[in-house]
Design a protein around this ligand. Structure first.
Ligand SMILES: Nc1ncnc2c1ncn2[C@@H]1O[C@H](COP(=O)(O)OP(=O)(O)O)[C@@H](O)[C@H]1O
Ligand SMILES: N[C@@H](CCC(=O)OP(=O)(O)O)C(=O)O
Length: 370
């Protein structure tokens, strides 16, 4: 059985479509391309599969209504364009899916949010409920409110994390290029790579940025997304939106990345891939062993230095004495509160400052070893 045929039998799929596959030559939303995609997805959903669509294109869809001629470069105008464009995008999806009697639901995620325990469980519950109800969720990053520090800015990785969140059977990344090539696809003689079995198959492959005016990450973010998804046990295919019918039918198109990890549910994957550290905690060797080998929580006693400015609940990197990051976690103290606690035992802190100071600096459930 060809690895591509896995797609034919997948019951739960995350399909991500890039801006370059939804827009016309002028960069604005092209309704005909959107309708063609919807027709293919509707056919599969009506055949009994559950689909989550991660759709880019909000910023692109805001270009025309705002009288702009190109994708804005500054964050504030991108966010304004996303605010206008996301409404237009969802209206277009609602209409197009409605023609097939499929109801869509909008899910706007801020990746950094989802990492927090309660939000993670909530996002998963909502997506599961939507799927149970036969709704097709249309996911995008909540571009309008995400600040530059917490902005994900890349829906390929977001789609990989959503695939993991809902335990999908497959992730399909649709772009303007039909597959991963061994070099820039415009270069004469560039060859399609049909199957990637592991990182060794990518040795020597030239992976570049976006070739379009509206896309963001190019092949780099797709490879990164495939790495995240396949490590979580989800088979991933990269192909062109024009080939969506063929790819869903399990035909030998695009590039299939075979799973290399085991499936499982863990918020830690989001912590590792969806957050940006706001600071660093330098710890001693004993603390490194406690975190990495013994899978313990981080206590104040092992911390040598605090760097950066952060609030409690923010993601921070934990670094060994030589400064190498060994773990990332959500910290329970702010950067102003923490320095006074360093090197002290939790018992002593609780006695001197009150019982709330007995808490860990990072609880092991909120910690991922890198
Ligand atoms: N080795 C490669 N194989 C295929 N495409 C590549 C490669 N390196 C760079 N690319 C570029 O990546 C682009 C797809 O990414 P992008 O423009 O961000 O699309 P999207 O909007 O779909 O996310 C392709 O159009 C291509 O120009
Ligand atoms: N959230 C942004 C898209 C970000 C993004 O990853 O874009 P793309 O590279 O076109 O998939 C938007 O809707 O415009």
């Amino acid at each position: 059985m060809s690895p591509h045929s896995v797609l034919r039998n997948a019951r739960r799929l995350v399909v991500k479509v890039g801006s370059s596959s939804l827009t016309g030559p002028d960069g604005g939303l092209d309704p005909a391309r959107l309708t063609a995609l919807v027709e293919a997805l509707a056919g599969r959903q009506l055949g009994g599969a559950q689909i989550v669509l991660v759709s880019s294109g909000a910023i692109a869809a805001g270009i025309h209504p705002l009288g702009l001629t190109t994708r804005p470069r500054d964050l504030a105008t991108q966010q304004a364009a996303a605010s206008v464009g996301q409404g237009a995008l969802l209206a277009a999806y609602t209409r197009a899916f409605d023609a097939h009697d499929i109801t869509v639901g909008q899910v706007l995620l801020t990746a950094d949010d989802v990492t927090r325990r309660t939000h993670y469980a909530n996002a998963r519950r909502t997506l599961e409920r939507l799927l149970d109800l036969g709704v097709l969720p249309v996911v995008n990053e909540n571009d309008t409110v995400a600040t530059s520090e917490i902005r994900f800015g890349d829906n390929d990785r977001l789609a990989a994390l959503v695939a993991h969140l809902i335990d999908a059977d497959a992730l399909v990344l649709l772009s303007d290029v039909d597959a991963l090539y061994d070099g820039p696809p415009s270069r004469p003689g560039a060859r399609r790579i049909p199957i990637v079995r592991g990182p060794h198959d990518l040795v020597g492959v030239e992976i570049g940025g976006s070739g379009s005016k509206v896309g963001t990450g190019g092949m780099t973010t797709k490879i990164e997304a495939a790495r995240i998804a396949t490590a979580a046990g989800v088979v991933t295919t990269v192909t062109a939106a024009d080939l969506v019918v063929q790819v869903l039918a399990g035909e030998d198109v695009g590039t299939v990345f075979l799973p290399i990890g085991v499936r499982g549910r863990s918020r830690r994957l989001w912590l590792e891939h969806a957050t940006t550290a706001r600071g660093r905690l330098v710890v001693d060797e004993g603390a490194v062993t406690a975190l990495v080998v013994r899978k313990k929580s981080l206590l104040p006693a092992g911390i040598i230095a605090v760097e950066g400015s952060f609030h409690d609940g923010d993601p921070v990197d934990v670094c060994g004495p030589d400064g190498t990051p060994v773990a990332r976690g959500l910290v329970n103290y702010s950067s102003t509160e923490l320095p006074a606690l360093l090197g002290r035992s939790t018992k002593e802190l609780a006695r001197d400052l009150g019982p709330e100071y007995e808490r860990e600096v990072i609880h092991r459930d909120d910690l991922v070893v890198l």
